[in-house]
Structures are given as C-alpha cells and as structure tokens.
Design a protein around this ligand. Structure first.
Ligand SMILES: [Zn+2]
Length: 182
C-alpha cells in the first residue's frame, strides 16, 4: 500500500481486499456442504447479512477478514504505519458494528459463530471445519431440547385444561342429578 492514497485509490484498495476476502468464505461453505450442512447465503433479512445461515440449527456464521474486523493478536491484523488513526478508527467502528449485529441476532434467538480468515488457511482448515461443525451441531441439540421442553409444557397445559373441564362437567352432572331430578 502506498503512503498516501487518494480517496479513489483507497476505495479501489478496499474493494480488492474485500473481494479477495470472499475466498475463505467459499472454502468454508464447501467444507460445510461436504459435512452435510445445508444453508442460505448472505441472507439480507437478518441483521448484518450473515455469510452463512443454517436455519435448521438457528445458527449464522460470519467469516471475518482479520484486518477489517481487527482479529486480536493475529499477525494479519497490523495497523498500517501510515494513516494509522484512520485505520484504527475504521476498524474500531467495524468491531462496534459487529458487536451490535451479534446482539441483534442473539436477541432474535440466533447463535453466532465467527470464523476468522486466518483459521481457514490450509494448515488450519481441517481443524476449523471440525470445530465449526461441532459448534453447529451443538446449537442444533440445544435448539431441539428447548423445542421439546416447550412442546412438553404445551402438552401439560392442555392436559390440565382437559382435566379441569372434565371435573367441571362431572360436578355439573352431579348437581343436575341432585337438584333437577324429576
Ligand atoms: Zn486472524
């Protein structure tokens, strides 16, 4: 990167970095597909337009570029020596927005998984896919057990209602028999 960029150059640079950062996302998607997961991509209806959406597991995945999202202690996140304030502020804004997005998604009952670009490099890919797949499955189990609990609670409620009604009817019949006898 040159020392001083015109806004247009800076924009072109950012676009180049952004489109390059879509590749790790594709790598992860393909790996998850091979693991048997089915997903939607870039769902604009959800906060932050998550890269990968797994409705069955109520889980979304963001693949984050280490630089743009400020991956802590990552060698891919080094703030440029020039325009340092600009980059620091920009990345801080991205991080704030990320956190806001996660909060919104979690408030809607979605689990959020963040996968960092550096975790998808060749040497680390397999381990990352394994960890991601197991996190997704775990979310699915939690979701299903919560659904089971709700279903059970619903059944208990209706069962109690039916019993109440039966009691009322039998009481009514009893009273009828007692006071309206011919
Ligand atoms: Zn990183």
């Amino acid at each position: 990167m040159s020392d001083i960029l015109t806004p247009a150059q800076r924009h072109a640079n950012m676009a180049a970095i952004r489109s390059a950062s879509t590749k790790p996302e594709v790598t992860l998607r393909r790996a998850l597909w091979r693991e048997g997961f089915r997903y939607r991509m870039n769902d604009k209806r959800l906060p932050g337009t998550p890269d990968i959406v797994l409705p069955k597991y109520r889980t979304v995945i963001f693949v984050h570029g280490c630089f743009w999202h400020g991956h802590k202690d990552c060698k891919n996140y080094t703030v440029p020596k020039t325009n340092t304030d600009f980059w620091t502020a920009k990345i801080a804004r991205n991080q704030e927005r990320d956190q806001d997005t996660w909060r919104q998604l979690e408030a809607k009952g979605w689990s959020v998984i963040i996968v960092w670009e550096c975790e998808l490099k060749k040497g680390r890919l397999q381990e990352t896919v394994r960890a991601t797949a197991s996190a997704i499955r775990r979310n699915g189990e939690i979701l299903r057990s919560a659904q089971d609990d709700r279903r059970k609670a619903r059944e208990e409620y209706w069962q109690a209602r039916r019993e109440q009604k039966a009691r009322e009817e039998s009481l009514k019949a009893e009273l009828d028999a007692k006071y309206h006898k011919k």
